[in-house]
Design a protein around this ligand. Sequence first.
Ligand SMILES: [Zn+2]
Ligand SMILES: [Zn+2]
Length: 158
Amino acid sequence: MADPPTREDAPLQCPRCISKMRKQRSSRAVIDHCDKCDGNFFDEGEMLAVLGKSADPEIWARSNRKFTPSASDINCPRCHARMVLHPLAHGDIEVDIDFCPSCGGIWLDGGELDAVMRIGARQLADASRTKKKSASKAAPDSGPALLGEFLSLFPKPK
Ligand SMILES: [Zn+2]
Ligand SMILES: [Zn+2]
């Protein structure tokens, strides 16, 4: 049986500037990136795969007292459902990410990715402090190596 291109292989259209997005592959995920506006789309689970538990939307919701989802102004590039703005905060860093309630995809504008990674780094630091205190033997499913790989996907243009 021939291998027709799947939906996953077709380039997605950027919901912000309508240009075709480019696939960025790592060992853990394929992320759709827009070279024009620097936006990024993560299919469900991809962000978790590259960032570990700190990228779990349920953890974001729990750690954010002000959690109040509201309608976004863009549609999901994967399934075209209206996305929902999901506020994410840690200390003085605050960002509204776009989350698709239909397929679980996540859209990050260029600057949002930076903020999410800083929040992720702080959560990793929190997690390692907690780990030392409780001396838990559970294997961590996120760590600096994961964050490093995630960062390497998005080289800063010089
Ligand atoms: Zn774009
Ligand atoms: Zn979707």
